[in-house]
Design a protein around this ligand. Structure first.
Ligand SMILES: [Zn+2]
Length: 133
């Protein structure tokens, strides 16, 4: 079992974005116990240390984020039993009001928007509705 500590000048595997694969790197700088900057032994490029074991998180993908259903479920739960307000264009709504929409079902008002609009969280996501307040 290796207990040797990583240190500047030592070697560590890291993802190299230029080589587009994990390669051997020399540790260039460290912050406390963590490797900060490394130099690729293959291409010589210096960059931030990237753990080759860490899963890649493609930007834009909503992985790991809670689904609208979960958010909706959470929004429903803490609400003390209150009466559902049937949604109408001329309804008066405020944040946290429980809305009963004929198409979208039950929703919670999350924001009051400018221009007679409200943002409501339904089971399949947030929707902007018209409401004259
Ligand atoms: Zn490289």
């Amino acid at each position: 079992m290796s207990t040797e500590k990583k240190a500047v000048g030592g070697e560590t595997p890291s993802m190299c974005m230029r080589c587009k694969k994990p390669t051997a790197h020399i540790i260039v700088s460290m912050v406390q116990d963590r490797i900060a900057k490394v130099q690729c032994k293959s291409c010589g490029g210096q960059h931030r240390y990237r753990d080759p074991e860490a899963p890649l998180k493609p930007p834009g993908k909503r992985q790991g984020k809670v689904s609208p259903e979960e958010v909706w479920g959470k929004a429903m739960n803490p609400v003390t039993p209150q009466k559902k307000i049937p949604y109408t264009f001329s309804g008066h709504f405020k944040v946290n009001d429980l809305i009963d929409h004929t198409t979208f079902g039950l929703g919670v008002v999350t924001h009051l928007l400018a221009g007679d609009k409200i943002q409501v969280l339904f089971k399949d996501g947030e929707k902007i509705l018209i409401a004259r307040r």
